[in-house]
Design a protein around this ligand. Structure first.
Ligand code: PLP
Ligand code: COI
Length: 340
């Protein structure tokens, strides 16, 4: 299989249409058989539920070429089950979880030439998504839906890759206490756009949202969970209003079982931030992006790991996680889904 002629090492996190995408339609109460198609464009009615009331959910995972030349993806069963939770919360039908995993495999295989080579620094980003497709004008769930998966080769999510970023405590709220913060719905990202544009203008890479109810606890950023290191402790946020990151849950296991760290998943008050030694954002797109500084109003919290490189413990977590994903280290049972 000849790879596409792409300068893999200089890819950013962007979209590029590849050869094939997967589509399945839900109509009259059932999903059709699904198929791989060529056309990257979607034609739908002007009044489609997704266009009027934003009824859409999505997922994100990656395919990797391993050191020994296989193609794998990482824990796709967890993306399937999270998408089922997201769909249920928005009154959408669930795309069967076993079919989700099969469709991921099919679409990656059909775009094998787009899977970045091992060691290139790039990966194939996989974006499953679903939306209400029939006309809806009164506020109610659609009756018809489309489930699709597109793939696109990507490089680092944040410019500079492994260089620490500076983030700010958001001026806005992300997730209401009984809202939709825990699911992966387009609406959560639409409402973060104004905040991210403002943060970028002010020189920050991301917003760190506090909890909306008290604005005293750390939650997560617009597109990643946050992780901290203090001594031998790996500390993450416990909150019902953050997205349950698959990367973060995996890192908790890696920290304990591979690196012998003590893992704490708990509430983290903003006032504790200055006590941490290292911080990072974790997610499929972000992998682990080190955070060098968090700015809260006029308070600057600079972590001892600095603005030049990842702290030593975050580096170990990064090396171990990516080692597992790319086949350099033995993975826990069931984490690696072999595609080829
Ligand atoms: N939090 C938010 C808001 C996200 O958009 C993402 C990205 O998927 C994550 C966290 C990280 O989740 P995961 O590690 O499952 O990709
Ligand atoms: C991912 O990490 O897969 C996401 O969906 C985050 C998004 C902000 C790119």
């Amino acid at each position: 299989m000849e790879k596409k002629n792409i300068d893999w090492g200089s890819l950013g996190f962007g979209y590029m249409a590849t050869d094939k995408r997967y589509v399945s339609n839900f109509k009259d109460g059932k999903w059709d058989d699904g198929a791989l198609i060529d056309d990257p464009n979607i034609v739908m009615n002007e009044c489609a539920g997704v266009l009027q009331y934003s009824q859409s959910v999505f997922e994100g995972l990656k395919a990797y070429e391993t050191e020994d030349g296989h193609i794998v993806c990482f824990r796709p069963d967890l993306n399937a089950s999270r998408m089922a939770d997201s769909a249920a919360r928005l009154e959408m039908p669930v795309f069967p979880e076993d079919r989700f995993v099969e469709a991921v495999k099919q679409v990656v295989l059909a775009n094998e030439a787009w899977v970045p080579p091992y060691g290139s620094g790039a990966t194939l980003y996989i974006r499953p998504y679903m939306f209400g497709s029939n006309p809806v004008i009164g506020v109610k769930p659609a009756d018809e839906y489309q489930f699709r998966i597109l793939v696109t080769p990507v490089g680092p999510y944040f410019k500079g890759g492994a260089k620490p970023i500076k983030i700010k405590i958001a001026d806005y709220d992300r997730a209401a206490p009984r809202g939709t913060g825990h699911i992966k719905a387009g609406l959560n990202y639409a409402m973060s756009l104004h905040a991210i544009v403002e943060a970028h203008k002010q020189g920050f890479a991301e917003n760190l949202y506090p909890d909306s109810r008290t604005r005293t606890l750390v939650e997560e950023t617009g597109g990643a969970n946050i992780i901290f290191v203090k001594g031998n402790k790996f500390i993450t946020v416990k909150s019902p209003t953050i997205l349950p990151s698959i990367t973060r849950r995996s890192l908790e296991y890696v920290a304990e079982k591979y690196l012998g760290m003590e893992v704490e998943e708990r509430e983290i008050p903003l006032t504790e931030l200055p006590e941490f030694e290292e911080a990072g954002l974790c997610g499929t797109a972000a992998v682990i992006s080190p955070v060098g500084m968090i700015v809260n109003g006029d308070q600057e919290i600079a972590f001892p790991s600095g603005m030049e490189q990842m702290g030593p413990k975050i580096q170990k977590l990064y090396d171990t996680l990516t080692g597992i994903q790319m086949g350099r280290l033995e993975a826990p049972e069931g984490w690696i889904c072999k595609i080829k």
